[in-house]
Design a protein around this ligand. Structure first.
Ligand SMILES: Cc1ncc(COP(=O)(O)O)c(C=O)c1O
Length: 411
């Protein structure tokens, strides 16, 4: 029977694989070999990272781009450069990779969680304002899956409270908010080039900004506290060696040549999926707000409502996988429920505990995030969106098939 689920012995919607990731070829080999043969393997001597920084910053409408070893470090440096430290609070979302909040701890400050909007998975001005205190110094909005946050609202709120805004754009390469690329809309923006990201070199990151003073401080921190024009053995502030290497730079320059076309393909397929899936009862794609003029689509994010479907998200994912469509359960618990927060296992970074001895993340409650994390969130990886229109139709057919199955609800 065509309608019988593959998980119950029926024929799967598809057996063909989706594109794998990363995509690479001769160009990457050429660039890597050129970097190798140049003998200039470090950022200080080479030209690969420098070229990439310029390209990436220009594309994201930023005056400065600073290649660093990963996105986590990018956030840490951005916080340090902003003067965030002991006693300060930084507002972060609870539905994000751990680094958004751990970087705050590593800056010796306190992460404070604002609840998200269930329809977009992003934090917005109202939820952020609700947790502002006299200690708040910064906000780190995450463009979840590549959907830009309400940056006008967030920037206006930040201006009223004198807060620094550091965009966590690790999911949002090339995403646009009202026609403007994200990253340098805030005071600073951080991107990751870790293996799964839409632009990747294995491990890497970049900080972008239009603020010359912040750029100077970030440069110094990522280069052992040196200053431009200073001597090699002259260290003016606490920093580290956080410089991105030339081999990574070479891979990024090669991947860059593929990026725009891939971003357009993801955008086209993501929009199509969004249209096709809207209207299936119990299935809610992440709402593309009117301000989103291009989605980054690191993830195609959707919610499934077990109350409507009659079965759990986990059953949905299992049944979908059997139909040939791999999906993930997103971030399965709110970040504040990770042991590192519950046990206050912050190692040497005691700044937040000194300022708030009563700090107890078991009291943090973000009800919208609880729903998304534990019951409803589902992701399709960006590589699926690099396939063709017929492959998107398979995704839609499989989701319809699973959602319409009464048997699944009964078991
Ligand atoms: C939202 C978010 N922030 C920060 C990071 C940290 O980036 P990285 O893995 O390059 O350190 C990641 C990526 O893993 C991420 O997804």
């Amino acid at each position: 029977m065509a309608n019988q689920l593959a998980i119950h012995g029926g024929t799967p919607v598809r057996t063909a694989a989706f594109p794998s990731w990363p995509i690479f070829g001769q160009r990457e080999e050429e660039c890597l070999l050129a970097a190798l043969r140049s003998g200039a393997w470090g950022k200080v001597q080479g030209r690969e990272v420098q070229q990439f920084e310029r390209r990436f910053a220009d594309y994201h409408e930023a005056r400065h781009g600073l290649g660093v070893v990963n996105g986590t470090v990018a956030l840490r440096i951005a916080l340090m450069a902003s003067g965030i430290g002991a006693g300060d609070e930084v507002i972060v979302p609870p539905y994000t990779f751990v680094a958004t909040a751990s970087a705050v701890l590593e800056a010796n400050a306190t992460p404070v969680f604002a609840d998200l909007d269930l329809t977009t998975s992003n934090i917005g001005p109202a939820a952020i304002e609700a947790v502002i205190t006299p200690r708040t110094k910064a906000i780190i909005p995450v463009h979840l899956g590549g959907l830009p946050c309400d940056m006008d609202g967030i920037m206006a709120l930040a201006a009223r409270h004198n807060l620094t805004v550091i965009e966590d754009a690790c999911h949002a390469h090339g995403a646009e908010y009202k026609g403007r690329r994200v990253g340098a809309i805030g005071h600073l923006g951080c991107f990751s080039f870790q293996s799964s990201k839409n632009l990747n070199c294995g491990e890497g990151g970049i900080i972008v900004t239009n603020d010359d003073e912040l750029a100077t401080r970030c440069w110094s921190i990522h280069n052992c506290g040196r200053v431009t024009g200073g001597k090699w053995y002259e260290h003016h502030r606490l920093g580290g060696n956080y410089r991105l290497g030339e081999f990574q730079g070479a891979v990024l320059n090669a991947q860059w040549e593929r990026f725009e076309e891939q971003a357009e393909t993801r955008e086209r397929n993501g929009k199509y999926l969004d249209e096709q899936l809207s209207g299936i009862p119990g299935v809610y794609p992440q709402v593309r707000t009117a301000d989103c003029t291009r989605h980054g689509y690191h993830l195609f994010s959707l919610r499934v409502d077990p109350g409507v479907l009659g079965f759990s998200r986990e059953k949905f994912i299992e049944a979908l996988a059997a139909e040939g469509i791999p999906a993930l359960a997103g971030y399965p618990i709110p970040l504040y429920r990770e042991p590192v927060f519950l046990n206050r296992a912050f190692g040497p970074y005691t700044g937040c505990l000194a300022a708030r001895p009563d700090l107890d993340y078991s009291r943090t409650q973000c009800p919208q995030c609880e729903i998304l994390s534990t019951q409803q969130g589902v992701w399709l990886e960006q590589r699926l969106l690099l396939a063709g229109r017929e492959d998107m139709d398979d995704i839609v057919r499989a989701i319809r098939k699973v959602c319409q199955c009464r048997e699944l609800a009964a078991r």
